[in-house]
Design a protein around this ligand. Structure first.
Ligand SMILES: [Zn+2]
Length: 83
């Protein structure tokens, strides 16, 4: 049985300033990518992911490690920038 993975909560994802690679969730205090990728994120370019979306509906440019960390019930979202 393959249950579709669903986002449990809203999250914001930000584009790298050089427009290369995935878009990431970020920590509120440091502004760094939640997954640890060393990338500078652009505050002006963001994608909102709603709660209750299937992962398949989430744009493929969004970093899956950040998606899991920012939107799964198994993780705390404390400290993540939710816009
Ligand atoms: Zn990431």
């Amino acid at each position: 049985m393959n249950q579709p993975r669903l986002t449990a909560r809203h999250a914001e994802f930000f584009a790298p300033v050089d427009d290369r690679g995935k878009w990431h969730a970020r920590w509120l205090v440091t502004g760094t990518a939640v997954c640890g990728t060393p990338v500078i994120l652009d505050d002006a370019k963001r994608i909102s992911v709603r709660g209750g979306m299937s992962w398949a509906q989430v744009h493929p440019i969004i970093c899956r490690r950040c998606l899991r960390r920012a939107t799964s019930t198994g993780y705390s979202a404390a400290g993540i920038d939710h816009g």
